[in-house]
Design a protein around this ligand. Structure first.
Ligand code: AMP
Ligand code: MN
Ligand code: MN
Ligand code: MN
Length: 284
């Protein structure tokens, strides 16, 4: 049955804030039994060619993806694009613009960490973990702060330093929702709301987000993701059915040392879901 396919359509490589190269990630996905894989680096598609070639060598069906950082109603929201043409000029230019503020923000985060928490050298420290100089992320700061012994785990760093309202947080303006969907659609892909249970939005605001997303042509939401609790799998399954969204499934895997769920190790979608991968059946 299509809904029980081991699809993992959300994962990160060293081209953004993951710790495995696209090839190593492909090998891990295959070993873990993944039957359809997407690489979805943040604001970046430079790992897709390597991922596609590695997946082909392993005979593992692959679709090209990306996770676009968006600011909606003042909050950060992530939109996954699946089945994109990574060479599309509009998409590439949009992602380049979206990445462009990260360097400045990283210096500001380091300055905040020094001013508010007395932590010095965080920019250089985070840079030691960066695989792609265009893509410095809060995850790289988190790994540095764990190495320094400031916190025990990456999630502790977010809880105490890097999340909104904490001493190392720097507000940032990402892409517009309408632009993100436009780039994904121009590139022939479909848009998916990533981990909808993770946003700091009221129920009313979350519904408004999903309605606007739908109006802009968005087709799916992640229901089974490493960021959701089992209760949230059920909650978002019901929302997807009610709002006629396809369901997507993905671990959001970044690192073997620090992950909620390993790549490929998620519960199946419920049989009554419409899996977003019904669109790529020819690959299976
Ligand atoms: P950025 O795009 O630089 O703001 O970084 C966002 C990334 O930080 C996310 O994609 C996650 O990988 C990571 N992240 C955010 N919140 C948490 C958290 N609470 N625990 C662990 N990682 C987190
Ligand atoms: Mn990430
Ligand atoms: Mn995300
Ligand atoms: Mn992600």
């Amino acid at each position: 049955m299509l809904s029980s396919l081991n699809a993992d359509l959300h994962s990160h490589s060293t081209r953004s804030d993951g710790v495995l190269t696209p090839s190593a990630l492909a090998e891990r996905a295959k070993r873990n039994g993944v039957e359809l894989w997407a690489l979805t680096d943040h604001d970046e598609v430079s790992g897709i060619a390597e991922a596609r070639a590695a997946a082909a060598d392993l005979k593992m069906p692959f679709i090209a993806g990306v996770e676009v950082s968006v600011t909606w109603a003042g909050k950060t929201v992530h939109i996954v694009g699946l089945g994109i043409d990574e060479n599309n000029a509009d998409l590439k230019e949009g992602l380049r613009q979206t990445r462009s503020g990260r360097e400045r923000r990283a210096h500001d985060i380091a300055a905040e960490l020094e001013k508010a928490a007395g932590i010095r050298g965080a920019y250089e420290g985070a840079m030691q973990y960066v695989g792609n100089p265009d893509l410095i992320s809060r995850s790289h700061f988190a790994r540095f702060l764990v190495e320094k012994g400031v916190c025990k785990s990456v999630s502790d760093v977010f809880q105490h330093y890097l999340a909104d309202g904490k001493p190392g947080f720097v507000a940032h303006r990402w892409a517009k929702l309408s632009d993100a969907l436009g780039w994904i659609q121009q590139a022939g892909g479909v848009a998916v709301i990533a981990h909808p249970g993770r946003y700091d939005l009221s129920d009313v605001a979350l519904t408004a987000l999903m309605e606007e997303f739908k109006q802009l042509g968005g087709v799916a939401i992640e229901t089974v993701t490493g960021s959701h609790t089992p209760d949230q799998y059920a909650q978002f399954h019901n929302i997807a059915r009610r709002m006629q969204f396809d369901s997507s499934r993905g671990s959001d895997f970044h690192s073997p040392d620090d992950c909620e769920v390993d790549i490929g190790f998620l519960p199946a979608l419920k049989p009554s879901a419409t899996p977003v991968w019904h669109r790529w059946q020819q690959l299976l």
